[in-house]
Design a protein around this ligand. Structure first.
Ligand code: FVH
Length: 285
């Protein structure tokens, strides 16, 4: 690489360390900073420059990638740093409004701001499966797209800095819904001594097969007509009633699934029972 972009990484937790290692591996001069300095040592051994302060790290690089625990920590960490003319890429998990507020605050101080959402665990960084969403100043993304692609496929969404966080949290919502169902399944069969690993072997192909229904669901939700006949409000209410009753009879809590059943019941109270279960999204709006 001729003239590789210099980069700073603030925050060397599990994810920040993986990001810094990826930049070093790709040949970018990399300065690192962490509140607890010992975490910088493995990266120093790989060629990173260790900064004594966050401000010193920002000053040393063209692009600063931030990966701290929460947004309040990001704001406190950059307090007092000279951001004029700097590019900040904040990959800390947060809400759309936190991203928008950070963009306003850092832009006022002369920085060009990109916010990001990492759809990966640290081991996936620099692999093709490590999708990262970005939003913020489009020209800044274009200028540094190659650098950011070192971390994994980089998808730019919009100039609104809150969009990356919105997409990130939406995908995480899907993940948590799946985990909630899996916890319930493992606990329910566990009442009869079935090991969690045994039911999981059956759960994985079942849940994978069910993802085939998602595009049809999404099209119906976009149309808003709820006329498909595959899966009615009534049949899903009956199924969830059985899950709740069986859970009670087997002596376990159904609190992860009860709100789902309650939402279907609420919709059923005012809607034809043959209407598609996808219509419950109208109650979420
Ligand atoms: N790890 C993951 O799988 C997920 C994947 C998706 C994205 N997340 C988000 O990435 C952010 C960082 O996550 P992490 O896994 O690196 O988290 P930790 O290993 O716990 O490291 C936290 C870093 O934040 C520093 N820190 C915390 N509080 C402060 C503070 N008051 N002042 C300065 N730094 C602070 C901490 O420093 P230290 O404890 O080592 O001194 C770490 O550098 C996060 O938003 C995830 O949601 C990761």
């Amino acid at each position: 690489m001729t003239n590789p972009t210099s980069v700073a990484v603030l925050g060397l937790g599990n994810m920040g360390s993986a990001l810094a290692a990826a930049f070093l591996g790709a040949g970018h001069p990399t300065t690192v900073w962490n509140r607890t300095p010992a975490k910088a040592q493995p990266l120093a051994a790989k060629g990173a420059t260790v900064a004594a302060t966050a401000a010193e790290a920002v000053a040393a690089a063209e692009v600063t990638v931030i990966c701290l625990s929460v947004y309040d920590t990001v704001l406190a960490t950059l307090d007092g740093a000279d951001l004029d003319g700097k590019v900040l890429v904040n990959l800390t998990n947060g809400t759309p409004n936190q991203a928008r507020e950070a963009a306003v605050a850092f832009t006022k101080r002369g920085a060009s701001y990109l916010d990001g959402g990492i759809m990966a665990i640290p081991e996936m960084i620099a692999q093709p499966s490590a999708l990262i969403f970005y939003s913020g100043v489009p020209e800044t993304f274009q200028a540094h797209q190659e650098l950011l692609a070192v971390l994994g496929p980089a998808k730019f969404l919009a100039a609104d800095p809150g969009l990356a966080s919105l997409y990130d949290l939406a995908l995480l919502s899907g993940m948590y819904g799946m985990f909630a169902g899996a916890y319930h399944a493992m606990t329910l069969t566990g009442t009869e001594g079935v090991p969690a690993v045994e039911i999981t072997e059956l759960l994985i192909p079942w849940v994978t097969a069910m993802t085939a229904a998602l595009p049809m669901m999404a099209e119906e939700i976009d149309r808003g007509d709820y006329l498909s006949e595959e899966s009615s409000l009534q049949v899903n209410k009956d199924g969830l009633d059985n899950i709740l009753t069986a859970s009670w009879q087997q002596g376990i809590s159904a609190e992860l699934l009860a709100p789902y059943q309650a939402l279907i019941a609420r919709k059923l109270a005012t809607t034809d029972a043959r209407v598609s279960v996808n219509s419950i999204v109208e109650l979420l709006k």
